[in-house]
Design a protein around this ligand. Sequence first.
Ligand code: ADP
Ligand code: MG
Ligand code: ZN
Length: 476
Amino acid sequence: MEFEPVIGLEVHAQLKTRTKIFCGCDTAFGAPPNTHVCPVCLGMPGVLPVLNRIVVEYAIKMALATNCDIAPKSRFARKNYFYPDLPKGYQISQYELPIAEGGYVEVDADGGNSRKIGLTRIHMEEDAGKLIHDPDRPHSRVDLNRTGVPLIEIVSEPDIRSPREAGAYLRQLRAILRYLDISDGNMEEGSFRCDANVSVRPAGSDPLGTRTEVKNINSFKFVESALAYEIKRQIAVLEDGGVIIQETRLWDSGRQRTVSMRGKEEAHDYRYFSDPDLVPLVIDDAWIETIRKTLPELPRARKARFVDNFGLPEHDADILTSSKELADYFEACVRQINAPKLVSNWVMGPLLALLNAEGRTIADTPVSPERMAELLALVENGTISGKIAKTIFDEMVQTGESPEAVVSRKELVQVTDEAALEAIVDRVLAANPSEVESYRGGKTKLMGFFVGQIMKETRGKANPQIVNTLLKNKLG
Ligand code: ADP
Ligand code: MG
Ligand code: ZN
């Protein structure tokens, strides 16, 4: 029997606000433990939470960017559980009435088509603190700086059909959050976390199979590996005549497998109820429309425009729009030099290779878009060859010089003077009579040898097209 995987993802994204969701404490990461706390986020008796307006604005932005319906009236609820990183004994979240429902995210699906992955809901909540388990100490400690930092949880419908599609969905979500500038979306640092739910069912059948949930996976690669492992494991169990147990599992990246963490019986009963400290959240159309006007062009729309307006291949457009900063860089170059594919090749090639090698982002690129455009203009107008351009690029990175400065300092201007090149061609042919004879006798592979000799004479500066034409004419 053929099985089909069914995947639904729950993503927690930390919002980039200056202060926490229900108090004025700073959200900055990396402060000394327990310095960004106050009676409200410590859950002292008698204090009252006050909702941070920016958190709501960010949630509305995400809801609009993912085509959700925004609830005119939503509520906060208490999710009750006891844990050392949760001083109040409950987390303020949203439950029955979340801020947004029913949207979708479009992703490139397997096979090249695009698919809409439905969103069940988006809700706001506060983060918990962080336990620090130091192996050199007899006890664990808690840092409550993160307590009350705002999160949105984005829950997908079980619409995803492969681990690769799950990866594409997560990358798309993260790109949207970053384009909106409402979250860092950094998985390693925990500002973008994913729980992956997965089941399998006979291909073509409707009812959902029993799912397992893999918790706290901290890289895109691990999500895809964990899902692939879980799908194989579930299919093997079913083919063996067994049943899938609904449970929570953990991804062990060292051993490349999932392990059982807790079963359904041990699942928490959170006893949700409306938080009496917070009034219902009312959002009117005027507010939504004000926020809608601030939305930037989103990654998929920008990708489509890059294909349509610049004639770029999908693949290029995909990479160039993967971050807003990279897409801005590309467009800044193209505004100065109207050669989109040339710019694309240089941004995706040498520039990204350099940034990756040095662990930098486009935000601190050593070569500004203006300088890149100047360099490529020299290639376009024939002053330098593409090969020399790479040498100049490397020099620009090293010294911070302009491309023109490197060209004149290193005397790299391409030789396009036909008479001058002809003299060199004649000299090279005269110096290699036996090769000329072999070539004429049919060893046409020697063309490369002649070109090489001429490049050597000109230190790589001869215009290759002219050299080729001259050689072909002379060698008959
Ligand atoms: P919980 O909060 O207990 O994890 P939810 O009902 O909120 O439960 O579902 C969480 C996620 O699980 C959603 O993304 C949903 O799409 C997904 N999901 C639910 N049932 C299945 C299933 N049978 N197979 C795969 N994913 C599922
Ligand atoms: Mg869950
Ligand atoms: Zn506080």
